[in-house]
Design a protein around this ligand. Structure first.
Ligand SMILES: [Zn+2]
Length: 203
């Protein structure tokens, strides 16, 4: 009996969490809070080895004070096609399809990947976590957000290596030097989430 009460308590609590704020089919977009320089299309300053480039996604703030395993959900159902697990640039890419139209989403600065390559995922199930306190201490607290990109075109194919056995694609993140580049490869994620699925029909 006690277990039942505890279980129903847990279910009630998890119903109240902002679970699906990244999903266009289930979301309350207003629940998405961006970090200070987290907007799509900001021109990012050059840093050693990397020329100035446009920010190709949005940086989403942690929605709670859960610094252990704050979950991240996929924006839409799809299939995991690539991931890398190393350090602050760990990321995961999902291929989606709606009415025969494909699009891709990428989740970066994440950890604790809990899905497998080629697995079908949906917005009811978390796929990764925000970085936890230990990881932020190690890699830097500038990564206290997750970076979401939504791509119009297939990401760049890669040959996986022993070091990155599940890495089959990479994004156009650091090669967007003009607004044309940016709009050729990417949707503005906020616009996308607000106007899905109509936005897929736009040129
Ligand atoms: Zn970012």
């Amino acid at each position: 009996m006690l277990i039942l009460i505890i279980l129903s308590y847990i279910i009630t609590i998890s119903d109240n969490l902002p679970l699906h704020i990244y999903s266009p089919v289930k979301s309350d977009i207003s629940a998405i809070k961006l970090s200070k320089i987290g907007q799509f299309g900001l021109l990012r300053k050059p840093r050693p080895g990397i020329p100035a480039h446009y920010h190709t996604g949005i940086d989403i703030k942690r929605p709670s004070d859960n610094y252990e395993d704050e979950p991240v959900f996929p924006i839409y159902k799809g299939k995991v096609i690539s991931m890398r697990r190393d350090g602050p640039y760990a990321n995961l890419i999902i291929e989606h399809e709606y009415n025969s139209k494909k699009f891709w989403s990428l989740y970066e600065h994440i950890s604790g990947i809990i899905v497998n390559l080629k697995e079908n995922v949906n917005p009811d199930q978390p796929i990764v976590h925000f970085m936890n306190t230990n990881e932020l201490d190690r890699y830097g607290w500038q990564f206290d957000h997750f970076h979401l990109e939504i791509l119009k075109v297939q990401p760049v194919k890669m040959v996986s290596t022993r070091e990155h056995p599940d890495l089959f694609y990479k994004s156009y993140s650091l090669v967007c030097y003009t607004e044309e580049d940016l709009n050729k490869y990417y949707y503005n994620p906020i616009e996308f989430l607000q106007s899905f699925p109509d936005i897929l029909e736009k040129p």
